[in-house]
Design a binder for this molecule. Structure first.
Ligand SMILES: [Zn+2]
Length: 233
């Protein structure tokens, strides 16, 4: 919370002007720089999300949605051992890329909309565009995971890696399980921090609310992604 230097009113960290007297609390932000914002999320996620909420243009959200949806699609095919339907790793990678390219816009929209609607249940007064920006930017680790670690993991292990989920365990695959768990947990924590920055109030009740909202919205998105994938693979 920011205390207004003019009237002492407590304002949410994302507010640009005091809600009581209109005093300017923080500078205006027009655009977000990609690497600077990524770095800020790493260093101080709460400040980063407040900056994202204050930014006039929510840059890079679509690119980040691509990271979110392609990771969800990759994880589902991994759990389902979909790799066994392919003779070749290249075909598998091309297909999941193609599915990601076609679905990341509608599924990213569904995820942000679910966050917007479920946060309404908890009386959040936030705009859809803020929920949309929060969903996108919390997916930052997943973009790096999908673009860097998934190709490395698959390159080392080959198609057999996505052909069975639990059997065929090697030290490489254990390393890859570990990396996947770290990235996904990191994303989930960022999403909770992001959603909680949508609530003006302070305290750990908002973290519980944010946890429930994050879990519900992701479940809806994953459920739809599973339905789509069942039709294709
Ligand atoms: Zn004031």
């Amino acid at each position: 919370m920011i205390s207004c230097p003019n009237c002492n009113e407590l304002n949410s960290n994302s507010f640009q002007i005091c809600k009581k007297c209109g005093f300017i609390l923080q500078d205006k932000i027009a655009n977000l720089d990609f690497f600077q914002t990524c770095w800020m999320i790493l260093e101080s996620p709460t400040n980063a999300f407040n900056k994202i909420l204050r930014a006039e243009h929510k840059n890079f959200v679509l690119l980040l949605f691509y990271g979110l949806i392609s990771t969800i699609i990759f994880i589902i095919t991994w759990f389902n051992a979909s790799g066994k339907n392919f003779d070749n790793l290249i075909y598998y990678l091309l297909l999941i890329q193609l599915i990601s390219i076609v679905t990341f816009l509608p599924l990213g929209f569904v995820c942000a909309l679910s966050i917007y609607l479920t946060s309404k249940i908890f009386q959040s007064k936030n705009s859809f565009i803020n929920c949309y920006a929060i969903t996108g930017w919390s997916s930052m680790p997943l973009l790096f995971y999908f673009v860097i670690f998934v190709p490395i993991g698959l390159g080392i292990e080959g198609i057999s890696f996505v052909s069975s989920f639990t059997s065929n365990i090697t030290s490489n695959s254990i390393l890859f399980y570990g990396i996947s768990i770290i990235f996904i947990t990191y994303f989930f924590i960022l999403l909770i921090i992001g959603i909680s920055s949508l609530f003006g109030s302070v305290g750990y009740v908002k973290f519980v609310k944010s946890f429930i909202i994050a879990l519900m919205s992701l479940s809806i998105t994953i459920f739809i992604a599973v339905k789509i994938l069942n039709q294709i693979i």
